[in-house]
Design a protein around this ligand. Structure first.
Ligand code: ADP
Ligand code: MG
Length: 777
């Protein structure tokens, strides 16, 4: 044996001694007793046998049965017991950083250890592990990053991929890579874990891998839909279908016979219910009661009503509220904290559970409340399958979800809340029946539930593929379309081609599909490439601060509110922020004001006066920080504010950087006598949304507008836009680096010629010639 083998052998013995010592201690035995009660524990032997006999196995079992905390632990224990402790290295991936952190801590605790001994974790910017760490929990993104420098995962003996049922982009991506890897590394073991019964799909993807199902148990749960909830408020609504010119619309007829006094009291409850259910058409009575609509508290009154109702009328038991995201949760939490019941720690233990909570908050979630105190947890869909809170008997489900995680290496953010699937709704509901019979309140009508899709489409089929394509390139996995054709479910060829084409236009890939320098940087930024581009150039040109706001603003719900009855006031409020023919720069000003108001604790006042959404402004604030730290990761900035904003507060510079990010979203401004019209090459005439600051102008002293998004209704409408000059477009439309000359400059040239701007076209020709020469040399 070599010296190294000897050392590892010695260490393995130590690890075994330590493990045996713990197993025989009083606490160790007590811990084992409680672990034994988990359904996964009953399958310990069959799981271990299956792993030793197969290279790949799929384990499915209901949420909370002990997959995440137990299965990797079983592997670790058995390796250590067999004196292989120091020779094994187990990696378990989690889709979210928060679960990697909380699970590793839990497993270390169950083993009577500190985090960083045999169990550790690693997420972006953070991690705890030591010399003896044999079981590492990490995010899927971290494992993908490791593959970048170590494509064979040398030294790793087991890879456990958790939560594969979620079908996240990263996980699907990882599976393609692992499928290749296991043939190169026949001794590597792969364990896939899913919370739903779709094990067959994964098993056949890996050529008939072994499947183990862990049976679970839930107590019966009573479901209430919005109709029932409204009935509880004393306000009755009946749905009816009405076919009109617009096709079939579901409408709600309000019960007219409501005493006046009650009406004001419950109007807000009902109004919340209806907006929560996202109905576009309201009966006139409803519209009347909707006139005081404030989107910042969608559903809040209804949730508050239900929480009161449960606290006053129902038996003890924890309440789990599913909300869309961190911003909603923090607003509601703030609101509840000043409530006589929910703000009283002797009656209620009010907690939040979301992707960016601190670790002490995580621990509180699992703590049992004192006698007579009710636990209320406001959670994102993280509590659907990743985190199990044991003592929940009531679930309130708002029916919507959004992803807010930026941790994943290539996660394309989809930040607008959307309806969940039937499977998700059932998962949420199931959280109520773990310890005793429970109840679930769905804040949407039964007919909406019936219209939910059965499953959520896998992320790879529903989100833009640009970031994923960059990942494939940076990991040198060959041709993008060939690689993606080997996915569990492949995206359509057209979608792949579109993504590649876009990456070429923006200069991230050259004509031969090779990464450019820009592409290399973009692949390190887990966000839409257009945001990445802006941030990179903003950092280079020293105007990062406003660009952080712009990029964050493009990722959240529009912070400028336009209530229907106060449209003019709201638009006027927005135009105060605008002196530059730019919605994006108006947001930069609004944010600067918000920041000042925050220092003076006058955020609500400020937002109210300026028709701004408190939640969106908060979300922008936290995204800015997120983007900043991601940029720091790339090494483009060192993190000191001075270098990012080198003192130049130049609007035109910022404008050019916005143009760099949003290109090829451009349209030409054509002035006529009284006003102007807009044209794009693809759509011809386009219009501006009425809440754009540019829609209020009669003249725009710039030849172009860049925009983020166009929406086709009857005509094509542009959302937010920024006016830019010829030179900004020429210099920053696309990217100037080797290989782009053909792609983007040709296209830009086409644009200029199309809109007959001869002088500019000439300028462009000269520039192009010079550039070509420069590149040649
Ligand atoms: P699964 O992965 O199958 O959904 P888990 O392994 O996450 O199940 O959870 C198993 C049990 O361990 C659950 O009852 C859960 O409440 C409990 N648990 C998980 N993490 C913690 C923790 N940090 N503190 C206390 N209990 C926990
Ligand atoms: Mg789990």
């Amino acid at each position: 044996k070599t010296t190294l083998d000897n050392i590892l052998w010695q260490r393995s013995l130590q690890l075994r001694d330590r493990q045996e010592y713990w197993e025989e201690s009083v606490e160790g035995r007590r811990m084992l007793e409680s672990r034994r009660s988990l359904p996964a524990f009953k399958q310990r032997d069959s799981v271990l046998t299956a792993i030793s006999q197969n290279q790949v196995i799929v384990i499915s079992g209901e949420t909370g049965c002990g997959k995440t905390t137990q299965i990797p632990q079983f592997i670790l224990e058995s390796e250590i017991a067999a004196n292989r402790g120091a020779f094994c290295s187990i990696i378990c991936t989690q889709p979210r950083r928060i679960s990697a952190m909380s699970v590793s801590e839990r497993v270390a605790y169950e083993r009577g250890e500190q985090l960083g001994e045999s169990v550790g974790y690693k997420v972006r910017l953070e991690g705890v592990r030591g010399r003896d760490t044999r079981l590492l929990f990490c995010t899927t993104g971290i494992l993908l990053r490791r593959l970048l420098v170590d494509r064979n995962l040398r030294g790793v003996t087991h890879v456990v991929v958790d939560e594969i049922h979620e079908r996240g982009m990263n996980e699907d991506f990882l599976l393609i890579i692992l499928k290749d890897l296991i043939s190169r590394r026949p001794e590597l073991k792969l364990v896939l874990m899913s919370a739903t019964l779709d094990a067959e799909l994964f098993s056949s993807y890996f050529g008939g891998a072994g499947v183990i199902h862990i049976p679970g148990f839930t107590y019966p749960i009573r479901s209430h839909f919005l109709e029932d909830v409204l009935e509880m408020t004393g306000y009755r609504v009946t749905p009816f279908n009405q076919t009109d010119d617009y096709g079939q619309e579901r409408m709600w007829k309000m019960n007219k016979h409501i005493p006046r006094k009650r009406k004001s009291q419950i109007a807000s409850v009902v109004e919340d219910a209806l907006t929560a259910a996202d109905f576009k058409e309201f009966s006139p009575e409803t519209q009347e009661s909707l006139s005081c609509w404030n989107p910042d508290c969608i559903g809040f009154n209804l949730i508050e009503f239900l929480l009161c109702y449960i606290c006053e009328n129902e038996s003890p038991g924890g309440i789990l509220v599913f909300m869309t995201g961190w911003d909603d949760i923090s607003s509601l939490k703030e609101k509840l904290q000043i409530h006589p019941i929910f703000g009283n720690p002797d009656r209620v233990m009010l907690l939040a559970c979301h992707g960016s909570m601190a670790s002490y908050e995580q621990r509180l979630i699992f703590e049992e409340p004192a006698n007579g105190v009710r636990k209320i947890v406001l959670a994102t869909n993280i509590a659907e399958t990743s985190i199990t809170i044991n003592d929940v008997t009531f679930v309130i489900d708002c029916g919507k979800a959004k992803e807010t995680s930026y941790d994943a290496l290539n996660n394309t953010p989809c930040l607008l809340p959307s309806w969940i699937s039937k499977v998700s709704a059932q998962q949420r509901r199931g959280r109520a029946g773990r310890v005793q019979p429970g109840q679930c309140y769905h804040l949407y009508p039964k007919c909406v539930y019936d219209a939910f899709s059965e499953y959520q489409l896998p992320e790879i089929l529903r989100t833009p593929l640009q970031s994923l394509c960059l990942q494939i390139k940076i990991l040198t996995l060959g041709s993008i379309s060939e690689f993606l054709s080997r996915a569990l479910q492949s995206p359509e060829l057209l979608a792949v081609q579109k993504a590649i084409e876009y990456l070429k236009i923006i200069g991230a890939l050259d004509e031969n599909e090779h990464l450019t320098t820009l592409g290399r940087y973009l692949s390190k930024l887990p966000m839409e490439p257009k945001l990445g581009k802006m941030l990179i150039l903003g950092a280079i040109l020293g105007c990062l601060d406003p660009i952080l706001t712009v990029a964050a603003g493009l990722s959240v719900r529009d912070p400028f509110l336009t209530p229907l009855d106060k449209k003019d006031l709201a638009e006027a409020a927005k135009s105060q922020f605008s002196r530059d023919h730019s919605d994006h720069l108006a947001l930069v000003r609004a944010y600067e004001g918000w920041k000042k108001a925050e220092e003076e604790s006058a955020v609500y006042d400020y937002c109210w006066k300026n028709f701004l959404s408190v939640q969106s402004m908060r979300a922008i604030d936290s995204l800015r920080k997120e983007f900043f730290s991601l940029l720091k990761d790339t090494g483009l900035i060192d993190g000191s504010p001075a270098t990012c904003n080198s003192g130049r507060n130049d609007q035109n510079l910022t404008r050019a950087v916005i143009c760099y990010g949003l290109y090829p979203g451009i349209c030409s401004v054509v002035h006529n006598e009284r006003s102007f019209s807009l044209k794009t090459m693809e759509d011809g005439q386009v219009l501006l949304y009425s809440n754009s600051v540019n829609a209020r102008e009669t003249k725009i002293p710039y030849p172009w507008l860049v925009f983020n998004e166009k929406i086709k209704v009857n005509s094509v409408f542009l959302r937010d836009s920024t006016a830019v000059s010829d030179s900004a477009l020429i210099l920053f439309g696309g990217s100037i680096s080797k290989g782009d000359t053909g792609g983007h400059l040709k296209m830009l040239g086409g644009y200029l010629e199309f809109f007959m701007k001869p002088a500019v076209a000439e300028m462009y020709q000269t520039l192009k010639k010079e550039l070509d020469e420069l590149i040649q040399s």
